[in-house]
Design a protein around this ligand. Structure first.
Ligand code: OGA
Ligand code: NI
Length: 371
């Protein structure tokens, strides 16, 4: 664990956050070049490859929760829905939500605008090429470790909040309506996150604004990573996205409703999520696990690819204000139940992730208080 911390310092000294350690290869280009085999850089070691033998029965799915009636006019909450959310956050770290308040047409418009963007020729996207310092723009790897085995995906990453970080010049300008669509989509998903944050607080017996206040109130951060998983010639050897837990507060994922790919780890078994049409997939990130002193779980997940169909997903990350220390809420700790994590700002936390790339749950676990 300490070794990782040291590595981060060395990398920063060398200034290597300004550039990638190797020339970037777009996965889209590889996929379009009719490869007969998978380049070595994408062949995962045997223990990380997707398995089918150990997978859960095909019918198993993460909880699906209908939010209709959760936020009634008189402000009262439905106990049954609240209890289902509570259980999902403790046992799964993942759930799908229906009747979440975001218009289905807006969800489709957002996904399909991004699909059009990714269908542009690679060279039309290179102007948006990103660097590991902020990750904003068009990217094809996470982490700066030289010689790392890479994931079979390209992505686009952008900031929506706080307002000073929202920079339209760093957003795509094609298709012509994409900026408007992302902007409206972002506003709607932020509202949904605010509602879910209130439920998460109330479910722990806290005032409903407790979580939001701990995140910095109005000054939260929000960013979007759009993942593009091209068809893969040898899907059994690769991963679209390696196992990781999300570093931020909460993620609202809009999956490709036509193509499965997301797998969630439950009791050491990978469960393939079956997306419900126009549902969102909500998942608890590391910062909410920390705030809740590990009552809520930020769970490992990964993405598998296939040789038949490309897949596009939108991961919306709802994060604490980046410079306030996040630690277990005082109300949730006692001498019998001491805080599991020391305070750390999201800026500090994110630095590890940006340097190392996806590594299961090692980030939040290495952050645990020494005992
Ligand atoms: C992510 C993620 C899942 C998916 O972007 O963090 O877990 O289905 N994405 O693309
Ligand atoms: Ni994720």
């Amino acid at each position: 664990m300490n070794k990782n911390k040291k590595d981060v310092k060395i990398e920063i000294k060398k200034g290597s956050m300004d550039e990638w350690p190797e020339p970037i290869v777009r996965v889209q280009s590889l996929a379009e070049s009719n490869l007969s085999s998978l380049p070595e850089r994408y062949i995962k070691p045997a223990f990380q490859r997707p398995t089918t033998a150990e997978d859960a029965p095909a019918a198993t799915n993460i909880p699906i929760i209908d939010l209709e009636g959760l936020f009634s006019e008189n402000g009262s909450c439905d106990d049954v829905i609240m209890a289902r959310i509570s259980e999902a956050c403790r046992e799964w770290g993942f759930f799908q939500v229906l009747n979440h308040g975001v218009r289905p047409e807006l969800m489709d418009a957002a996904r399909e605008s991004w699909r059009e963007f990714f269908h542009l020729p690679v060279n039309a996207k290179e102007t948006y090429s990103n660097s590991p310092r902020t990750y904003e723009g068009y990217g094809s790897r996470l982490g700066v470790e030289k010689g790392a085995i890479l994931d079979w995906s390209d992505y686009y990453y952008l900031h929506l909040l706080p307002p000073p970080l929202k920079d339209f010049n760093k957003w795509p300008s094609f298709p012509p309506t994409i900026r408007e669509v992302i902007d409206e989509y972002g506003d709607e998903v932020v509202k949904l996150c605010g509602r879910i944050m209130r439920v998460l607080s109330s479910n722990l017996g806290l005032e409903e604004d407790k979580f939001q206040d701990a995140f910095g109130g109005e000054n939260i951060g929000a960013c979007l990573r759009v993942n593009y998983y091209p068809k893969c010639p040898r899907p059994e050897l690769a991963l679209g996205l390696s196992s990781h837990s999300d570093p931020g507060g909460m993620t609202i994922l809009l999956p490709d409703d036509q193509v499965y790919g997301l797998q969630v780890l439950k009791d050491d078994t990978w469960i393939t999520v079956k997306p419900h049409p126009h549902a969102f997939i909500v998942n608890i990130g590391d910062q909410i696990q920390i705030l809740s002193n590990s009552v809520y779980k930020s769970v490992e997940h990964r993405v598998i690819v296939n040789s038949e169909k490309e897949r596009v997903s939108l991961a919306f990350f709802y994060n604490p204000k980046s410079d306030i220390p996040i630690q277990p809420l005082q109300e949730l700790v006692s001498t019998h139940n001491p805080p599991l994590y020391p305070p750390m700002t999201f800026d500090q936390y994110r630095l590890f992730i940006r340097t190392q790339g996806p590594r299961g749950k090692s980030h939040v676990e290495s952050h645990i208080s020494p005992r």
